[in-house]
Design a protein around this ligand. Structure first.
Ligand code: PDD
Length: 279
């Protein structure tokens, strides 16, 4: 890996990039981001990620520095320069650089940054499943915006790690919303449940693909939030995200989910997902 960075519309070596201390991403977390998976050199669902980036930016009244078609071109050029086969493409757009003041500075230009992170598919986790804990969802009320403000997620994930788990399942008012960096699904009496795509969750791209696969496979689906106690009675639970795909959760708060092994509906969805990525 050459460790090249897309900075604005230029591709630079990492040590050539200078981030200003008055960048509003640094001072306020004032910006939005995306993580795109790259399989065999090709970005997966790039269009969907760029559309979500546009929506997130509009929701915080941030004007993207370039049209999305140009951002797409720049990202593809970065991938070509890096020659990354498998991994993640991270991009963020900050509102820009200005003396510190909460209100939007006038005439500010948004700052695009992107780079690649090589990594293989999480095959062991996909095969065996992972452990999760539950914790309160202390985040704000616009979780549909993929904002750089991630403290609620960071604190939840750290609790999971300290308790020997992979993910923290977030509970708001007694109902499961999503994971700290994933969407959560449960299978109850053969029906697949997940929180509706409203302001309390990120509208995950893997979530959407999973719902498509379920519908195509004739698995009954309900976009309805599960109560915390219902989650613990589910036959199967799994998480979805760009980096973790469809990953079984086999234990929650120290108690096995169902048989304690990845279940048949999760397996069918995983197979359908792999067909969609075409590898
Ligand atoms: N996380 N929910 C939250 C809170 C997330 O941060 C993410 C993604 C998801 C899954 O969305 P998608 O399927 O579009 O990746 C759900 C990314 C990968 C991250 O922050 O690293």
């Amino acid at each position: 890996m050459k460790e090249m960075i897309l900075y604005g519309d230029r591709i630079l070596k990492r040590d050539e990039v200078q981030i200003d201390i008055e960048d509003r991403a640094y001072q306020f977390g004032d910006g939005v981001y995306e993580v795109i998976r790259v399989y065999a050199g090709k970005p997966f669902c790039m269009q969907e990620h760029l559309e979500r980036l546009e929506k997130s930016a509009a929701a915080i009244r941030l004007r993207l520095p370039e049209p999305v078609s140009k951002i797409r071109e720049l990202l593809l050029r970065l991938l070509e320069v890096e020659g990354m086969r498998d991994g993640n493409l991270y991009l963020q757009v900050s509102r820009g650089v200005a003396p510190r003041n909460h209100a939007f500075p006038p005439d500010i230009k948004a700052q695009l940054v992107a780079y690649t992170q090589p990594s293989g598919r999480p095959v062991r986790e996909l095969e065996n499943g992972v452990r999760a804990i539950t914790t309160q969802d202390i985040r704000w009320l616009r979780c549909d915006i993929k904002s750089l403000n991630l403290l609620g997620a960071v604190l939840a994930k750290q609790q999971a790690v300290e308790r020997g788990a992979h993910e923290a399942i977030l509970i708001r008012d007694g109902f499961v919303t999503e994971g700290s960096s994933t969407n959560i699904f449960g299978v109850k009496a053969g029906t697949l449940y997940t929180h509706p795509a409203d302001h309390l969750i990120l509208h995950g791209i893997t979530r959407k693909i999973t719902l498509d696969v379920a519908r195509e496979s004739g698995i009954p689906v309900r976009e309805e939030a599960l109560a915390e106690e219902e989650l613990k009675q589910c036959e199967e639970v799994f998480l979805t995200s760009t980096t973790m795909e469809i990953c079984p959760i086999v234990e929650i708060d120290g108690t096995p989910v169902g048989t304690g092994r990845p279940g048949p509906i999760t397996r069918r969805l995983q197979e359908g997902f792999v067909r969609k990525i075409g590898i």
